[in-house]
Design a protein around this ligand. Structure first.
Ligand SMILES: NC(=O)C1=CN([C@@H]2O[C@H](COP(=O)(O)OP(=O)(O)OC[C@H]3O[C@@H](n4cnc5c(N)ncnc54)[C@H](OP(=O)(O)O)[C@@H]3O)[C@@H](O)[C@H]2O)[C@@H](O)CC1
Ligand SMILES: Nc1ncnc2c1ncn2[C@@H]1O[C@H](COP(=O)(O)OP(=O)(O)O)[C@@H](O)[C@H]1O
Ligand SMILES: [K+]
Length: 462
């Protein structure tokens, strides 16, 4: 995944090796045409072309679709402004209109602006896009919906609602942050990458895709598979649910360290109510979860301090994130720590650690660097920051927006941390397991049902 500046640098590096600009545009336009042809299914296509190279991609796609026998119209409110764009336009031998008056069709292709967007869209351009979007059955955005800032996912000079929703957005050469994060994420629709020869490199920002989870080793026993300790608190239900999710996410042994009882306590979950410091002294513990249902009073703070002092790998969620301060973390050892804040908790933590950032990505990175912890910033655009690295995730089911869903995720994170010993890997595995569990749970599930669905989700990922 590349920012606009990195994309331009990657493109320049390719040109230095002798690749021609036209070759890139040609691959982009032809690659796009293959997707658009599938969506058009023989129906008419309208391509809205801008003045720059995004428009150039549009003309190439239009020519390729026409060559396949489709009815293609180009709408170009601004004529091409560079030699390359003019050359692209010259390859399209069809109707070019200056406005979209009365046009109807199957697919509307937005090739107005891409990474070169330099200012808010004019009122006329916004209206033109809105009208063409409304008069076609499906819309496809080339590189990014016009008006969206590729680096932040903001609508430049507007709100998320000011850009219509696309069925498909085709990213050229590399993902941009806007494809998986930011206020305009809902407008992107399905995102697909079109290869234009930009080499994949192991950069700091990447899209995380599901990878296989390692099954237990031949000689595994419950402790080597991971002993998870879930610290309970005032509201026992939340930590109980997290314990259940941890057990189903592959932990060998889950202990619920709770002073309270709960009627939903399953018989296969061991409850330990010895003094917390004694229980946390068990060297076999692979990872500790604290936060769900913890409470926010002095007792809760003492339990959090004890968990941090224990030196075990940690997952801090919910109330633990409300109580966390740099002073509490000062007692930290070398063990990995994963913080799992939602938007509100992230903002509170940024205040507590005196860091700031314009985007969620920047805030999560700043918090990770200030705290030394991996930061899984949850929400519709979940992302993970660890040191200088950021991982983005494909969108998950919006049914995950249910109370207790975060407790389930925290439990999964802790099981994976106990199994892998690596906060970043654990968080990536957990986000995919959580998303997969949501698919198994279907629509309108509760957090308890989601926790149970971690079981088939794990099986999918082995
Ligand atoms: N990079 C790569 O590797 C490859 C890139 N490719 C493609 O090129 C795209 C980038 O092309 P690009 O740099 O020409 O920018 P683009 O998005 O077409 O816009 C610039 C033009 O729009 C104008 N303009 C801007 N905002 C405006 C506004 N609000 N209202 C009105 N006008 C506005 C701006 O004018 P100016 O700001 O100079 O006044 C300029 O004329 C990229 O997204 C991808 O699709 C592929 O072909 C192959 C490889
Ligand atoms: N609209 C959404 N689309 C996808 N995932 C979502 C959406 N809203 C919330 N989630 C996910 O659901 C979980 C909610 O966690 P959290 O806010 O901590 O809830 P709770 O505190 O009730 O457990 C997170 O994993 C988050 O990424
Ligand atoms: K576009």
């Amino acid at each position: 995944m590349l920012t606009t500046d990195q994309m331009r640098a990657a493109e320049a590096a390719l040109f230095d090796t002798g690749v021609e600009e036209w070759a890139l545009m040609s691959q982009a336009g032809h690659g796009a045409a293959q997707w658009i042809a599938r969506l058009a299914a023989g129906g008419p296509v309208t391509v809205l072309c801008g003045p720059g190279h995004n428009g150039g991609d549009g003309y190439v796609a239009a020519a390729a679709l026409k060559a396949r026998g489709l009815t293609v119209r180009v709408v170009a409110p601004i004529s091409p402004q560079t030699d390359l764009a003019r050359h692209a336009a010259s390859t399209f031998e069809g109707e070019v209109l200056s406005d979209g008056e009365g046009l109807k069709g199957t697919v509307f292709v937005d090739a107005m602006f891409g990474i070169g967007l330099s200012r808010p869209l004019s009122h006329e351009h916004r209206a033109l896009i809105r009208d063409l979007h409304a008069s076609h059955e499906r819309a496809v955005a080339l590189d990014v919906p016009s008006g969206v800032d590729c680096d932040t996912g903001d609508v430049v000079g507007g709100e998320g609602d000011d850009v219509p929703h696309y069925a498909l957005t085709l990213a050229f050469g590399a993902w941009k942050p806007a494809h998986f994060s930011g206020p305009a994420l809902a407008t992107i629709g399905a995102a697909r990458l079109v290869d234009i020869g930009v080499p994949d490199r192991d950069g700091e920002m990447r899209l995380s895709l599901p990878e296989r989870i390692a099954p237990p080793a031949f000689d595994a026993h419950k402790y080597t598979r991971g002993l998870v300790a879930v610290v309970g608190g005032a509201m026992a239900g939340a930590s109980l649910m997290a314990s259940r999710a941890a057990a189903l996410a592959g932990a060998g042994y889950v202990k619920w360290l709770s002073e309270h009882d709960h009627p939903g306590h399953p018989p296969d979950l061991v409850k330990d109510n010895a003094p917390l410091a004694d229980m946390l002294g068990d060297e076999r513990i692979g990872a500790v979860l604290i936060g769900p249902g913890l409470g926010r009073d002095d007792t809760a703070r003492e339990r959090l301090e004890a968990a941090v002092r224990s030196g075990h790998p940690l997952v801090l969620d919910a109330d633990a994130l409300v109580l966390l301060t740099p002073e509490i973390l000062a007692a930290e050892t070398d063990a990995p720590i994963l913080l799992t804040p939602h938007e509100g908790e992230l903002s509170r933590l940024c205040d507590a650690f005196d860091v700031a950032g314009d985007t969620k990505r920047e805030r999560a990175l700043a918090l990770s660097q200030a705290s030394g912890c991996a930061v899984l910033a949850k929400g519709a655009d979940t992302l993970l920051a660890s040191g200088a690295d950021v991982r983005f995730f494909p969108p998950a089911s919006r049914w995950l927006s249910v109370a207790g869903s975060g407790d389930v995720l925290a439990g999964i994170c802790t099981a994976r941390l106990a199994a892998t010993g690596d906060a970043m890997q654990a968080a990536c595995e957990a986000v995919h397991l959580h998303g997969r569990a949501a698919r198994h749970a279907g629509a309108g599930f509760t957090a308890t049902m989601l926790a149970e669905a971690v079981h088939p989700a794990l099986e999918d990922m082995l």
